[in-house]
Design a binder for this molecule. Structure first.
Ligand code: PLP
Length: 402
């Protein structure tokens, strides 16, 4: 053979039998068939063997299998991100003329999808109060095709009574999906509590280091595997084996990270509760937080993300200045990694709350919590020093000078 052909058809290979603790990174778009009789265009790789890289390499399917095991699911589809997971669920259950329900505390881009693309497809998604519980029954219509839950909710952290919502939905034959990202799939047992589909942004706690984007769609039974799998395969949800490999690494330390993040976060949250500048701390493990009793009943622990609301006299600008004066907390989207983050929500819309502009969301990382508290303390000091300077300025100003 010419050397050019040898480049593609080598006859020497590395020895086999290498056994390490690590799942190998299998790359591949094309999958080889032994003989033409084996050729199949089929997304069900478990049943039919590997057919095409889009439907999952062994690295990606290993990650899916492990998430399914942790979730107690029938099966888990690994997808490119948490938002992709949400899209698969919406599109699998809703068609033109469908009605769906999503809590107003749901992840922002989920609502954008509902009121953007889905609306254009003739699907009506209605938002509901996350505290509705069994009252959801009154919102179910003959064409209701899907009820979303997310607990605790994004940013405002409302814990939902998922079992009550499931009971009302089951009575009318409506499937319930849960965004279980906060619980990392492990702090809340989605399938034990009766949901049909549980999604998770693996980007957060499974990845755990802010270096990958992945999502999971776990289903309760074989019928849902068929229903979700059909849509998942049509949407071309390709996942990189490198990212799956990082997620598999993340899983190994998730137990110890969650434990540490929970205790550090509680320490910071409780410290904030005692500050005069803070009106309320929204953390499900704190008794005053919305849905705390439900959290205590249903959850095995709490995680690293929570919010606090500054007292009403603090202006929007001062909240921004407060966050800008933090040095250990960095500003950025997403959470669940090793770094502490702070985020402001000047346009947050939550009915009957009036939190707009005063709410700060924190993600606690693996820094020493006392250092994080010191950082918050110096930012509060600056906030107060700013107030005092302003007061002096006003009292020193001669009457009539305005
Ligand atoms: C981050 C997040 C998502 C989206 O995950 P990506 O991987 O960033 O697409 C979905 N749901 C919740 C609750 C999230 O926090």
């Amino acid at each position: 053979m010419h050397w050019r052909s040898k480049l593609l058809h080598p006859s020497s290979h590395a020895p086999g039998g290498f056994r390490s603790l690590v799942t190998p990174i299998y790359r591949g778009s094309t999958v080889l068939f032994e003989k033409t009789a084996d050729i199949a265009d089929e997304w069900r790789q478990e049943a039919h063997g590997y057919t095409y890289g889009l439907y999952g390499s062994p690295t990606v399917l290993e990650l899916g299998a492990r998430i399914a095991e942790l979730d107690g699911a029938h099966y888990c589809f690994v997808v490119p991100g948490g938002q992709a997971a949400i899209a698969v669920v919406y599109l699998a259950f809703c068609t033109a003329g469908s009605h769906g329900l999503v809590p107003y505390s749901a992840y922002g881009p989920s609502k954008e999808l509902a009121h953007g693309l889905l609306k254009g497809l003739g699907i009506e998604i209605e938002t509901y109060d996350p505290a509705i519980g069994s009252g959801i029954a009154a919102l179910i219509r003959p064409n209701t095709a899907l009820i979303w839950t997310e607990s605790p909710g994004s940013v405002t952290m409302e814990v939902q009574d998922v079992p009550a919502i499931v009971a009302a939905a089951k009575a009318r034959g409506v499937p319930v999906a849960l965004d279980n990202t906060y619980a990392a799939g492990v702090l809340f047992d989605a399938f034990h509590h009766g949901v049909d589909v549980s999604v998770q942004a693996l980007t957060k706690y499974v990845g755990g280091h802010s270096d990958l984007l992945l999502g999971a769609v776990s289903v309760a039974n074989a019928a849902l595997y068929e229903k979700l799998g059909s849509i998942w395969s049509q949407l071309g949800m390709a996942v990189s084996p490198d990212d799956a490999s990082l997620a598999l690494r993340g899983l190994q330390t998730m137990g110890i990270r969650l434990e540490r993040l929970e205790s550090s976060t509680l320490k910071v949250a409780k410290w904030l509760q005692d500050r005069a500048e803070v009106e309320t701390v929204l953390h499900p493990a704190l008794p005053d937080s919305p849905g705390h009793e439900i959290w205590k009943r249903d959850f095995k622990g709490s995680a690293s993300v929570f919010s606090f609301v500054l007292e009403s006299k603090v202006s929007r600008e001062k909240v921004s200045a407060f966050v800008d004066s933090l040095t250990l907390f960095r500003k950025g989207f997403s959470w669940g990694g090793t770094a502490s983050l702070a985020m402001v929500y000047p346009d947050l819309r939550r009915p009957n709350r009036g939190y707009e502009g005063r709410l700060v969301r924190l993600n606690i990382g693996l820094e020493e919590p006392d250092d994080l508290i010191d950082d918050l303390r110096q930012a509060f000091d600056r906030l107060r020093a700013g107030d005092q300077a302003e007061q002096k300025l006003f009292s020193a100003a001669p009457v009539g000078s305005f």
